[in-house]
Design a protein around this ligand. Sequence first.
Ligand SMILES: [Zn+2]
Ligand SMILES: [Zn+2]
Ligand SMILES: [Zn+2]
Length: 345
Amino acid sequence: MGIFYHPECFCCRACRYPITEQEFSLSEKHAYHKNCFKDMIQYKCEVCLQYLPTNGAGLIEYQFHPFWPQKYCSVHEHDNTARCCSCERLEFVNTRYVSLGDGRSLCLECMESAIMDTGDCQPLYHTIRDYYEGMNMKLEQQVPMLLVERKALNEAIVKETYGFHNMPEARGLCVSEEQTVASIPKKPKVGGHGLIGIRSQPQKLTRRCEITAILVLHGLPRLLTGAIIAHELMHSWLRLKGYRNLNPEVEEGICQLLSYMWLESEIISGTSSTSAASSSSSSSASKKGGKSRLDNKLGEFFMYQIANDSTPVYGGGFRAASAAVNNYGLRRTLDHILLTGSFPV
Ligand SMILES: [Zn+2]
Ligand SMILES: [Zn+2]
Ligand SMILES: [Zn+2]
């Protein structure tokens, strides 16, 4: 290395004892015993990059995300550390999340394929309608799909459900009432660390059929936006095909299943990165190669979220729907629901 140390001066930065082994680890110009380095990497908080705190009993205490390999100090759960509203990862030192201006933040990976306005979302909407058609579930009706702001979506939900709804945080809605909602027609620009120039236009939804529109929260990455659309399209399909008064577990469960199946098809076909590039006028130069692996990982996370949802209606419903479809296939499951209102067992 060109530098000579007294053996007793060449110490591990972590334990401070001399390094006598031939092999050692180097990081940021500091030397470590191989094992100390491994420990250090293992026990550092990925948010603040400090060692994870130990409790009174000398045990290391931390939180971790069950999907992402992210370990962090418990304190970041409550210290206003930004959490990506899409992938749930916490912002870490030296990264900046993008604020969507409505209390939500987006990590840069999710931002990469985020869909910001109604116009940008149309190609994706068509892709998913085609997916339904390919499954022999063509939607005869042209249901408009609008990207909306969080506030507009929540207001529409209150109107649609007369104030009754039990979703923790809604990201989409299938509207069957006549409403006026604010759609986002123009792409807001990302400036600094937030969005500027969000302009929404009031849009009157008139009842031409039982479904007047599908509303989707703006600013989410392509695969998540698609998963939401696939879910809401299934609500539309059920209503247009005369499925009525289903109990929420059956209806949400089958909608979650279609959402999951669409994600699966996107990940397997590996088309997500290329179609994202062609369907979005986003300025980011490259969405090929390495990006598709990243997109796939995100897609796998959204599937994981659906499958591991702990709520009885969405999670329980999904698991029941998926068991039924595994046993009887989608078509027979749907026929059974139409006749009986429940999943075949
Ligand atoms: Zn920390
Ligand atoms: Zn994210
Ligand atoms: Zn739903």
